[in-house]
Design a protein. Structure first.
Length: 394
């Protein structure tokens, strides 16, 4: 593998190439057939997470003693890229489970929490989610957080709600942030592991989306939800470090979704340009179509290099790191570029497909409807620009 320095080229090792090929093959054979129904009905295939677990696709960064694959963040990103080519909705649910919940518990939890929660999450018998965003707290997720946690004997009592939570309707284990010292603002936030059967927890509503439709999304409500004190992750009022390092890793891991979707859109567009005929010739013979394909190719290749470069850099981030410095700017830049570029690639793809690309049931239309979420989730494009400029001007 090449150096991680900013001027170095980057190529995958044989091992990492094999991981991508394995994920691509599994995605094509097992996940792709589920995609049309997931999109049409917002359907969730209940058997898929145990299947992912049995095939070694869960707990990628977790040691084998807990059922994990003992691999690295780059490997996780490659699995995500391979899955996203064939079923981006399932890929989004996978990353919410494996990166936002499971990896966060592994990086920040104690040994008792590891033993209790990691084996089920690695096996896929439990589904994970992250609870951060609230109805009144999106880009200002920390400062505007209203969910509170009050110590009461051996428990904390949580009150509040979370919105736009990926895997919310199907999650068994959730990493939830709440204010334990509301008077301290963002410095009074703590992280908790919440199980969906805890008294006072409920899914308020399942949300219907424009894209990523099979990936289940919900509003969650905590009404005097009792959480054992032993489920506090780290120390009280230290949740900001968990949030910020988790967000940097999340941003690094969103880019492979964009890459996988864009790769598939290019593949579909090339096939269509070869087979669709107008004026007695394949439309690929026309220079306007060739121009679009060339721009798509350049976009995909630059996305690939930047995505791998940042995943490789994020591999080295220490526990508690993130939220500052070069890695903070890099991960924001990676997802900003990838999401914006994916949008342009899909715009070309739909144009090449013409009327068929505008039909809801077509695969390229399904990909097109996915573009906007990744300019909004994990911090909006505007927030990403603020992060990058803030680090540059320090």
């Amino acid at each position: 593998m090449a150096s991680n320095s900013g001027t170095a080229s980057f190529d995958l090792s044989e091992e990492h190439r094999a991981i991508l090929e394995t994920a691509d093959r599994f995605g094509r054979n097992e996940l792709y057939p589920l995609a049309p129904r997931m999109d049409a009905e917002e359907w969730w295939p209940e058997e898929i997470f145990p299947l992912l677990g049995r095939n070694g696709f869960l707990g990628v960064t977790v040691p084998g003693e807990y059922g994990g694959a003992e691999s690295d963040l780059l490997s996780a990103g490659l699995i995500l890229q391979g899955f996203s080519r064939w079923n981006h909705a399932l890929a989004l649910s996978w990353v919410a489970h494996d990166n936002l919940c499971l990896n966060n518990i592994f990086r920040n939890g104690n040994e008792a929490q590891h033993k209790r929660y990691l084996p089920g999450l690695c096996a896929g018998t439990a589904i994970g989610a992250l609870g951060l965003t609230e109805p009144g707290a999106g880009s200002d997720a920390l400062g505007s957080m209203r969910t509170t946690a009050r110590r009461d004997g051996d428990d904390y009592v949580l009150n509040g709600s979370k919105l736009y939570i990926t895997n919310g309707p199907v999650a068994d284990v959730l990493l939830v942030y709440a204010k334990t010292a509301p008077d301290k603002g963002a410095k009074g936030i703590s992280a908790f592991i919440v199980e969906s059967h805890f008294p006072g927890f409920k899914v308020a509503q399942k949300l219907i989306k424009m894209g990523f439709r099979g990936s289940q999304t919900a509003e969650l409500v905590f009404e005097d939800c009792r959480v054992p004190a032993e489920n506090l992750v780290g120390r009280e009022n230290t949740g900001v470090a968990v949030v910020m390092s988790g967000l940097d890793l999340e941003r690094a891991m969103i880019s492979p979704i964009c890459l996988g979707v864009a790769e598939r859109a290019l593949e579909l567009s090339i096939d269509y340009a070869k087979t669709r005929t107008q004026f007695g010739r394949p439309i690929g013979d026309f220079q306007m179509i060739q121009s679009r394909l060339a721009e798509m190719y350049v976009a995909v290749e630059t996305m690939r290099v930047f995505t791998y470069r940042v995943l490789s850099a994020a591999n080295e981030m220490e526990v508690g790191g993130g939220g500052r410095g070069e890695i903070h700017a890099l991960t924001a830049a990676s997802v900003m570029y990838a999401a914006d570029t994916m949008n342009r690639v899909l715009d070309h793809a739909v144009q090449i497909h013409g009327g068929s690309g505008y039909i809801w049931e077509s695969e390229v239309n399904r990909l097109f409807r996915a573009t906007k979420l990744l300019e909004i989730g994990a911090g909006t494009t505007e927030v990403r620009k603020l992060i990058i400029s803030g680090e540059l001007l320090k």
